[in-house]
Ligand binder design. Structure first.
Ligand SMILES: Cc1cc2nc3c(=O)[nH]c(=O)nc-3n(C[C@H](O)[C@H](O)[C@H](O)COP(=O)(O)O)c2cc1C
Length: 392
């Protein structure tokens, strides 16, 4: 007997098990090993990196290189970018027995997406989007979900979300930024637009954007009324962002070692491992610059281990000698940025871009858009990331 395909809240509650937290799709960073780590720290659902539907549908090697999973890797959503309903369906068929839903990426704002005509550059091609979503909804054995960015007006954003819902999406993630908000212009995600979409739809809605600390998850749910919260960058710097009841974030070297232990079991591309090492160890590297240099050169698992163990030894000695300062226990400053010792995982706060008439070396943080509703998240204003898809 063919299993019944669940819809909307039945899918959300029974298949996804009423999640509150979702690890975001991240190219080269939400791979199996990192998903295992984030699940261990409390991520309820994980999304794979975005796969290119045409390459996925055509090449065994691309599929094998890009997509690995195991029995424990559930609930799992596999994400694709696409601009052709048949190709998308063909790609989705390869994964429909190994995941709980297929997600369509309509959020990527990068130039590569512009050239490839996918992600947020389809935002104006509603007929095509309708066809891709409805094809998967009709033909696939598992539900289709969609991840979008917002339009400048709340009305158009709602109309867009409703069109996607009517096409057959069973869950919608709203990244509360516009297509133009990327690189130096990333700025804040707009929780008010997310809230409006949540109120307008019948299917579960997931919020994405402005999550730096664990407390932001509940704050976002309360503010927007969404069913769950998805986080990307915050989880790369601290996978314990998913954990409740912690007083302090984990040690950087401890999480890095846990991740390497997983990579020993689940073969992982060294480039991805290095990307994770730099982020997990981020606050510790400016203090131990020789380790940062070694990390830059490292290629093998053994080398990564050796760096992490050296850091552990140095920090353990320092804590034995000096202890952990009472001033570094997570006290928020006036902008909501919490202070922790350099050996604890914490979000990366980027230095402000100088204002037009300010000298370039001004280290002052640009927190000019502070708002009482979203205080902690305001350092997103500082974002000037240039990584691939860093602001999809
Ligand atoms: C390294 C990196 C890779 C990303 N890759 C993807 C992707 O493959 N698909 C996607 O929809 N979004 C991708 N994104 C965007 C995130 O999923 C998320 O929408 C965005 O970072 C905002 O969430 P955040 O504020 O929690 O970081 C990526 C983000 C980062 C940092």
């Amino acid at each position: 007997m063919t299993p019944v395909k669940l819809a909307g809240y039945e899918f959300f509650n029974k298949t996804l098990k009423s999640p509150k937290t979702i690890l975001a799709p991240m190219v080269d960073q939400s791979e199996l090993a990192y998903r295992i780590l984030c699940r261990k720290y409390g991520a309820d659902v994980c999304v794979t990196p975005m796969f290119h539907a045409r390459l996925f549908s055509e090449g065994q090697k691309y599929r094998d290189d890009q997509f690995t999973t195991n029995k424990e890797d559930r609930p799992l959503i596999v994400q694709f970018c696409a601009n052709d309903p048949d190709i998308l369906l063909k790609a989705a068929r390869f994964v429909e027995n190994d995941c709980d839903a297929v997600d369509l990426n309509l959020g990527c704002p990068q130039n590569i997406a512009k050239r490839g005509r996918y992600g947020s550059f389809l935002q104006d091609e509603w007929e095509l989007i309708e066809k891709m979503v409805s094809t998967l909804h009709r033909e696939l054995a598992i539900p289709v979900t969609v991840k979008i960015r917002c339009f400048p007006t709340v009305e158009k954003t709602i109309e867009y979300a409703k069109m996607i819902e009517a096409a057959g999406a069973q869950m919608l993630t709203v990244h509360g930024r516009l297509r133009e908000q990327r690189g130096h212009h990333t700025g804040l995600a707009d929780w008010d637009k997310i809230k409006a979409v949540k109120q307008a739809l019948k299917i579960p809605v997931v919020a994405n954007g402005n999550i730096l600390y664990h407390e932001d998850i509940q704050r976002c749910i309360e503010y927007t009324g969404v069913d769950a919260v998805m986080t990307a960058e915050g989880s790369l710097y601290n996978p314990a962002i998913f954990s409740s009841g912690r007083t302090l974030p984990p040690f950087t070297y401890q999480v890095a070692e846990e991740y390497l232990d997983i990579c020993k079991q689940e073969k992982t591309n060294p480039g991805m491992i290095k990307g994770h090492m730099f982020k997990l160890l981020h606050p510790s590297l400016p203090v131990h610059t020789d380790l940062r240099a070694r990390l830059g050169r490292a290629r093998e698992l053994d080398e990564f281990y050796s760096i992490v163990r050296e850091l552990k030894e140095r920090v353990t000695k320092e804590i034995e000698e000096k202890g952990e300062s009472p001033d570094e226990q997570g006290q928020p400053d006036e902008n909501g940025i919490r202070k922790y010792a350099y050996w604890r995982c914490q979000p990366y706060i980027r230095p402000a871009l100088p204002k037009k008439d300010e000298p370039k070396n001004d280290k002052k943080r640009n927190l000019s858009e502070a708002s009482s509703e979203q205080p902690v998240a305001n350092n997103k204003k500082l974002k000037e990331d240039t990584e691939v898809c860093a602001s999809c």
